[in-house]
Design a protein around this ligand. Sequence first.
Ligand SMILES: [Zn+2]
Length: 132
Amino acid sequence: MMLLIFLVTLVIALLAQWHVKRAQARHSHTTTLSGYTGAEVGKQILRQAGSTNVDIVEHEQLLGDHHDPLRKRLVLSKANYHGTSAAALGVAAHECGHAIQHKMAYAPLQTRTAAVGDCSSFWSISFADRKA
Ligand SMILES: [Zn+2]
């Protein structure tokens, strides 16, 4: 029974990941009228949410965009940090949502962070650490 639950969960996770990658690829060529980059949009969202103590940094890898609650920063791939596509702005906005959840002490995020621990050392291997 446990194996079945594991396999169903794995399939659902893989389908979700495939769907996100597909949507991001499709909208990475969709231009926005504002011309803002992902980093600029992230900065505006965080400022309007009162989260001015959260930095935005870029990293060299294609994937791995995330919010790092321990270092209080958003880590965006180079494409999303500098990109002006709908996908780049969407990813930046998504990560801002996690920073806002952290500020609000959103219980499901706290549970997730407690469950997976600090993943920042995994992600920080190749960060360029440039601020927005
Ligand atoms: Zn997320």
